[in-house]
Ligand binder design. Sequence first.
Ligand code: ADP
Length: 306
Amino acid sequence: MLYNGRMPPLLEARGLTKRYGSTVALDSVNFQVNEGVTGLLGPNGAGKSTAIKLFLGLIAPTGGSAEVLGKTTYDDPDSRAQLGYMPEHECLPSSVTAAEFLMYMAQVSGIPPSQARTRAADVLRHVGLDEERYRSIGEYSTGMKQRVKLAQAIVHDPVLVFLDEPTAGLDPDGRQEMLSLVERTARTFGISVVLSTHLMGDVERTADSIIVLESGAVARSGEVAKLTEETETLHVEVADRRDEFAAALAARGVQAESRGDLFIIQGAREDDYDRVRDAAVDAGARLRRLSLERLNLTDIFRAGAA
Ligand code: ADP
């Protein structure tokens, strides 16, 4: 598809449908993925893995299309080289070392042997496996195996990598480490990430954008910054003369919800700061706090506000 001379999005689903027999895994979904980290969020069975497999060209759609940089991977297998994939399930050989495995994966993707060795070492260092890389993968902990899975997905320097439930099976510390690694992969290597997960906490920290799938449909999507911006509120706390302050705010046309000494102004605008300060002067009240607050994604979804 032509985009008037502009670059197409990294990924685009258009009317994308996938049925397995009578099960509709994806029902004519439309979304785009751009640079950065995109959280693909949804409960188990929502259609996340199916979407990933469609973009990778591992399965064909029942209807619509899944495009990578404007091309479908089933019509144009070369575009697969732009992608990396970290599957959810165990997929590693146990009797070889991580160094050997990564070297092999680098060469399979067309990197000459001398460069493959360097690239494998760089990527293993990036995921925090340095000395351990000469041990057999079978001896690794779950966290280390997850990191090898991530390393093999990025060894060929793809434009975008799909991570399917990368924190599965990890304890809280391991989970945080994996999420930091996901962030660093995007920021340091400039590799865009689609992070598929059923855990809001995973995307809360890392994602620039989110796509929420529910029962094979897009329930919500957008940039995280914009979603949270819409929930901006101004919190004002006065040290004294609360009634006078409330009256002064009303007189200046500021709508505030009051909870004791705390006043909450929804959807605050730039000039509300000035009006709040002026109202405090009018009322002879002293301000204890004046701060802009935003809900985080978890709060937004809990409140059903987005
Ligand atoms: P998620 O990754 O969000 O957990 P999936 O894409 O794995 O969701 O699954 C979406 C739906 O499709 C589920 O109802 C699942 O049972 C079904 N499904 C997935 N793969 C197959 C398959 N190979 N054969 C039959 N049904 C499948």
